[in-house]
Design a binder for this molecule. Structure first.
Ligand code: ADP
Ligand code: MG
Length: 247
């Protein structure tokens, strides 16, 4: 397989913070339309890896290719334009705007709030909002002020705001933290819906959840990959049990 076939091809990736290697010679390949889950103990480098892919942090060495385009020296906003969307752990929605408006301002043409105010809400945007609202289970909450949503619904709205940009790679850092059992179930279904036609990387700790959604699991430890493969294989790996699952 050539690198062109992968959504993401990462080779020899390293980042040092004052000599400490948070990511240490990491290699990772993710297929198009794959939903990959990354697990591992706190401090393993999971969030830092997403920071490197989205451009929030610069690599010290190595290569990150997205559809065979080198990203390591590219500005963060250009990576967004290329189709890379990243959700952080705390939701950043506009609490005073409605669900509809939050989605509307996230449409590429009206990305800034000022731009969105001047932007005439045309049929194309409305149609896109409707599709996304259904994906994130908020189609009957479009006129509600976002601040009034439940914690889980706020998380979904932020995923929706990313979906408005039709990303080809979507990265979610601990998306079900603080969610109820029912919201977790619905989020698993949501992720299965939205990974059609794009690649998704999810960092998560909840093993029941991971089992439900993962195509493949990557286990990170000390900035490196400890194990990788289908959930059953990874769960049975003595090294993984030792550093992570056994605790
Ligand atoms: P995880 O998400 O797997 O819990 P992180 O990627 O957040 O781990 O962190 C990996 C390691 O890198 C930790 O030891 C953390 O303290 C360190 N680290 C992360 N970002 C920075 C930074 N900007 N400066 C210094 N150290 C950092
Ligand atoms: Mg983290």
């Amino acid at each position: 397989m050539s690198n062109t076939d992968f959504a993401i091809a990462i080779e020899d990736l390293t980042v040092s913070f004052d000599g400490f290697k948070a990511i240490d010679g990491l290699n990772l390949y993710i297929d198009q339309n794959e939903l990959r889950v990354i697990i591992g103990p706190n401090g393993a480098g999971k969030t830092t890896l997403l920071d490197l892919i989205c451009g929030k942090t610069r690599a010290t060495a190595g290569s990150i290719k997205f559809k065979n385009i080198e990203l390591t020296k590219m500005a963060e906003f250009k990576r967004v334009r290329l189709g890379i969307g990243r959700k952080f752990q705390t939701p950043s929605i506009y609490e005073n705007l409605t669900v509809f408006q939050n989605l509307e301002v996230s449409f590429p043409k009206g990305r800034s709030v000022m731009g969105a105010l001047a932007f005439k809400c045309n049929d194309e945007v409305k149609a896109r909002v409707q599709v996304v609202a259904e994906d994130i289970m908020l189609a009957d909450r479009l006129d509600l002020e976002a601040g009034l949503l439940s914690h889980g619904q706020k998380q979904w709205l932020e995923i929706g705001m990313l979906l408005m940009q039709s990303p080809e790679l979507l990265m979610l850092d601990e998306p079900i933290a603080g969610m109820s059992a029912r919201e977790r179930e619905l989020t698993a279904e949501l992720l299965q819906r939205i990974c059609k036609g794009r690649s998704v990387i999810v960092i998560e700790h909840d093993m029941e959840f991971v089992k439900r959604i993962a195509h493949k699991v990557t286990v990170m430890h000390q900035g490196k990959i400890l194990a990788e493969g289908p959930m059953a294989k990874v769960q049975a790996d003595p090294n993984v049990i030792d550093v992570y699952l056994g605790h």
